[in-house]
Design a binder for this molecule. Sequence first.
Ligand code: NAD
Length: 330
Amino acid sequence: MIESLEGKEILITGGLGFIGSNLAHRLVHEKAQVTIFDAMLDPYGWNRANVKGVEDRINIIKGDVRDRTALKKAMENKDVVYHLAAQVGREISMENPYLDTEINCTGTLNLVQICAEMQCPPRVVYAGSRGQIGEPVYLPVDEDHPTLPTDVYGINKLAAEKYILLYGHVYGFPAVSLRLNNAYGPRCQMQHGFYGILNWFIKNAMQEKPITVYGDGLQTRDYVYIDDIVQAFYLAGIDRRTDQHVYFIGSGTETKFLDMVKQVIKSVGKGEIVHVPFPPQRESIDIRKFVVTIEKFHQHTGWLPRVDLESGIEKTVEFYRQFYPDYIRD
Ligand SMILES: NC(=O)c1ccc[n+]([C@@H]2O[C@H](COP(=O)([O-])OP(=O)(O)OC[C@H]3O[C@@H](n4cnc5c(N)ncnc54)[C@H](O)[C@@H]3O)[C@@H](O)[C@H]2O)c1
């Protein structure tokens, strides 16, 4: 059964970041009461400019998911909690595994533990990751694919997903995990390439800086545009058929890394590719080929991605041209 989010109390953890802020815009448009809970941590993608235009209709709390008291207060009387706050750098997770574990694993455990203690726990929708899978043993990857993450980030994202589903089952609240693929689009940070690399390449092309491609660039990814992700989160927030399920959210299209870079250069109208060898710490956690099937989420909700890579990159470039000073600080 589908209801609407109009008038509903929504909490978005990590809501000042790329995906959370785009979701916030959509939910304000749907007339929901939106609260953002974000620690404003660097080098992550939080940006006040991300909520420009809706800031007067959002309650913004500076808070950390590691702080259980603050999180509990923010979660009071919420109908839906979208849990997006995370340490999102894969290499950072290898350099600082305790930080990753504290935010991604214990932070999530805090959230579900609070749900377990509530009279009326909210619906919890979690942003999972393709990183939970590791190197695929078959393609396209589906929800039954084995999980063997190649980094600490993937392990903690997987553990967090399992906590949410376990607690939902035991304490009787609806829980959904959307395992996202390579997301791109407006409002993603472009300052560095720890993650969100497509957007970082757009910046490099705009600034006529070289675009470095590790190895031959023939590794493949499943790039998914932000509006399609937001629609998936919206549906997971209202559709009871998704209760206690895990889904892959992607485009379902396998794209060579090099072809993505060429499209960035075409859309920006300038840019130069430089091939460099993989740094060893990066190569050991890199995945060669990746694409998912989106059949399960489509079957349960009717959702399909609408924006192909070419038009998605065009829209993204257009956005950064318009709001360049909000996203570029050098
Ligand atoms: N962008 C992608 O391609 C992608 C792919 C797979 C999964 N995801 C998941 O989607 C979610 C959102 O990612 P994003 O791309 O919007 O990243 P982002 O860096 O733009 O946003 C993350 C936000 O979380 C906040 N945050 C970090 N630690 C926090 C903490 N301890 N407490 C509260 N807030 C904290 C940051 O300040 C930031 O605003 C994450 O859970 C990420 O793992 C993203």
